[in-house]
Design a protein around this ligand. Structure first.
Ligand code: NAD
Length: 274
């Protein structure tokens, strides 16, 4: 065996120039943070997700001009395997390759098991789990041909531990870590890695929107809601940031992370150390 020692100088570990990244659910929150971080490292980016057309156009333009990379947008609905197939085909057609696939789109619904709406169960399983199966199976042929690929699944602390009333979300996120391991094993010799990022509470517009409502509902201050309700399980008592999650995604996408595969990495301030 020929053993080569390659050095990863600071800076070049994060260089994704000439790489193409697709981030599902990247019109807001964590997905947008990851997309901007990957663009910042030099990757061309495919944005995906819902939202107002003019806002999405502004986000696309800003990401392109801020980082000097090509950015395109796909409106594919992650509940549709046909739309996912078209999104992957458009990525390969318009940007020529697909190096980094980030499965981030996700939704939540909170209800006791017996009252959990069946349509919500189906929708959460489709977006939070089945979409990653479809993107992965459709992206792998190109990654295998390129002999390089990075699949990053945005799971959750709820991929590792449960909370009551989140049956579909917890089941889907646990399943996503299972899918991560299988994809890692099936691609391990081909320059492809597949890992899951498991955030605790991350400060996003979605979380901000809950704070005032919870404060009213519990008759407590915003600070108490953050510390005692939202961050009850998060020992460091602060939200993770989209920039922290984005930085981990950039590292996992880099050459320096080539030996990291099949793992679930927590970004949860100690939540799952309990
Ligand atoms: P968000 O609501 O801000 O973003 C969700 C994104 O997914 C949006 O771009 C939305 O348009 C898109 N999306 C929703 N349904 C879609 C569909 N059918 N097809 C295509 N796109 C769709 O949420 P977020 O907080 O940024 O969450 C992103 C991911 O991170 C999710 O998978 C979520 O489970 C996970 N996560 C979030 C937190 C947190 O505290 N915010 C913690 C752990 C894990």
């Amino acid at each position: 065996m020929n053993i080569q020692i390659k050095s990863h100088a600071a800076g070049d570990t994060a260089s994704l120039a000439d790489k193409v990244a697709l981030v599902t659910g990247s019109t807001s929150g964590i997905g947008l943070g990851i997309a901007r971080a990957l663009a910042g490292a030099g990757a061309s980016v495919v944005l995906n997700g819902f939202g107002a057309a003019d806002e999405i156009a502004r986000t696309r333009d800003a990401t392109e001009t801020d980082y000097g990379v090509k950015v395109i947008y796909s409106a594919a609905d992650m509940t549709s395997s046909d739309a996912i197939a078209e999104m992957i085909a458009a990525t390969l057609r318009d940007l020529g390759r697909l190096d980094v696939l980030v499965n981030n789109a996700g939704i939540q619904h909170v209800a006791p098991l017996e009252q959990f709406p069946v349509t919500k169960w189906d929708q959460i399983l489709a977006i939070n789990l089945s979409a990653a199966f479809h993107t992965t199976r459709l992206a792998l042929p190109a990654m295998r041909k390129q002999k390089i690929g990075r699949i990053i699944n945005v799971a959750s602390a709820h991929a590792l531990v449960a909370s009551p009333f989140k049956a579909a979300y917890v089941a889907a996120k646990h399943g996503l870590v299972g899918l991560t391991k299988v994809a890692a094993l099936e691609t391990a010799e081909e320059g492809i890695t597949c890992n899951a990022i498991c955030p605790g509470y991350v400060y996003t517009p979605l979380v901000e929107a809950q704070i005032d409502g919870q404060a009213k509902a519990h008759g407590i201050s915003r600070d108490q809601v953050i510390r005692d309700v939202l961050l009850a399980q998060q020992p460091n008592k602060r939200f993770a940031t989209v920039e922290e999650v984005g930085a981990l995604a950039v590292f996992l996408a880099s050459e320096a992370a080539a030996s990291i595969t099949g793992i679930a990495l927590s970004v949860d301030g100690g939540w799952t150390a309990h």
